[in-house]
Design a protein around this ligand. Sequence first.
Ligand SMILES: Cc1ncc(COP(=O)(O)O)c(C=O)c1O
Length: 362
Amino acid sequence: MTQELIDLFSDTVTRPTAAMREAIANAEVGDDMSGRDPTVNRLEALAMELFNKEAAVFACSGTQSNQMGVRSHCQPGDELLINETGHIANWEAGGPAILSGVSVRTLHNPRGDGMLDIDDLEGKIRADDQHLCRTRLLCIENTTNAGGGRAYPLEQIARVGEWAHSNGLKVHVDGARLFNATVARGYSPADVAMHVDTISVCFSKGLGCPMGSILVGSAEEIRSARRSRKLFGGALRQAGIVAAAAVYALQHHVERLADDHANAWFLAERLAEIDGITIDPDNVQTNLVFFDIDPRLGSSTQFATRTAENGVRLCPIGGAQRIRACTHLDVDREQIARAVEIIAECAASIPVGAVASTEGPY
Ligand SMILES: Cc1ncc(COP(=O)(O)O)c(C=O)c1O
């Protein structure tokens, strides 16, 4: 009998539901590159309304919409500020430098939550001097991915946004998991948007779509972003096929993110009971669960290989002993409970004194 794989690697593994596939099959489509795809237009209008922004543009991926956002604010030679764990800084193939000629200045935050506050930013804007690049943009991530799935408090977004604007910076939010933040914190997308300039959101993570992202901002920023989308090879034709999934997800998959968060809590609390695993469940705010394994269980890669062989896929990331588990649409409470049993069995079956590896960080 083949064992079912419980895939907690990422929320990117979600597959479209039958109802979403039906919405895809029935999508009205047209040539989006000339603004004539009714489903893309509907999605963009929906996003403008949700975020209360002047304009929105559909993009292929979160990476693409982040890079369109960066380019809409910056010119070659400019610099952006971001937490050192930020996706834009670490996981987008050097996009700001390659696609926009922008340098990335990563900032340390001793709290380790992947966020930025005024104390982290104060003194980081470069003087107007011919020798220096121009500090132009602040990027924040909500929720933070490598920062632990934390959702910004609204007051912090307001504080940081005001600080950035009063210092002449634009603010871009990498909101790949923005709806996890709105559901966890109880604020609306428009509550966030009023304090920042552009926001990118992914449809292919917790919202369960096969692909797609959206960037919202001012009419001018989005006009510029549309040009970049074309330049980056991301302007599509009958994109309504995928935009239909995103419309469906906005209508049906946002509120249910609370189930993923409850499952993440359940998982964290059970993991905390396993010998050799260290986790503080109070740090789990959304659907990302980070934990550390004792070196006697091997490296995070070795341990994740062992759990995968036994039916649970985990993501070794963020350090030699650090692992991320992600709850999502395609795993229910029962599967999470089974995953905990498998992880506990794997931890218990490793001989005491096994040699630790120093691989990583990932
Ligand atoms: C915080 C964050 N931003 C952006 C992205 C980019 O999304 P994609 O890889 O789909 O382009 C991801 C993907 O994991 C992410 O976690």
